[in-house]
Design a protein around this ligand. Sequence first.
Ligand SMILES: *[C@@H]1O[C@H](CO)[C@@H](O)[C@H](O)[C@H]1NC(C)=O
Length: 291
Amino acid sequence: MLLHGQPPPALRPGELRPAAPLLALLLLLPLQQAAAAAPAESGGFEVPGWRQDTQPPRSLLQQAARAALHFINFRAGSPSALRVLTAVQEGRASIRSKEGCRVDLVFTTERYNPEEGEGHLGKCSARVFFKNQKPRPAINVTCSRLIEKKKREQEDYLLYKQMKKLKNPLDVVSLPDSYGHIDPSLRPMWDLAFLGSSYVMWEKTTQFLYYYMIQLHSVKQWKINDDAIDFDYTVLLHEFSTQEIIPCRIHLVWYPGKRLKVKYHCQELQTPEEASGTEGSAVAPTELSNF
Ligand SMILES: *[C@@H]1O[C@H](CO)[C@@H](O)[C@H](O)[C@H]1NC(C)=O
């Protein structure tokens, strides 16, 4: 039933896209914007007890960027604001053996569903703190905007209207289907599923484990409640280093412009002693002005 060796057509979150040479030019503008938006405090590095690593391994920076990206996607609470990672530009890490590892980094992102001719990069500055072996890194992040707020609201509303019109969504067996294809009419559903998964993936990420959504496995419920989309579904998450496939049941409620609510329960296949799995729930915070 699984799609190993059959990657979904969508870009995986946290995966790098090959950078086009032209992007170097486009970078100049967001660079300046982000410099202004970057957190002012950098004094954290002088705190005694932290060993500063000025040349942290690339894998650590990538991992911090992936975690921050899941967090950003969840926090935005909007299927048309979804981003993917383009490149990590710089980073520093401080390690305190008893506590964990703190990474400060700058990375670029672009839209998950770019429109024709769009090549805009959004720059993000983040501080990510991985507690030793523990999931759910603490994250502070500021990003330059990828699309105007108004345009995003319009796009969200458009997606919402398409979602409301979906015929028999409960018949959706899996996305992508066995040919690796996502029907365009189901794309908004995929995006919404992806949005909910971002929260789960952020909560499960550790310094060494990272996840991406490979399949919308089944739809248990799809209804409109007080105008909000009430969506209960199962996704398969793939953990990269262990190659584990983890089914997670996610229940979310979304209405454009309102807070996204997410609840989940993941089944841990490889650890029977934790048969109950992991679970959590959250409400995306109201929109932050810098986002
Ligand atoms: C994020 O910012 C808050 C408030 O400034 C601070 O308490 C928290 O420790 C920061 N978290 C990280 C990971 O830097």
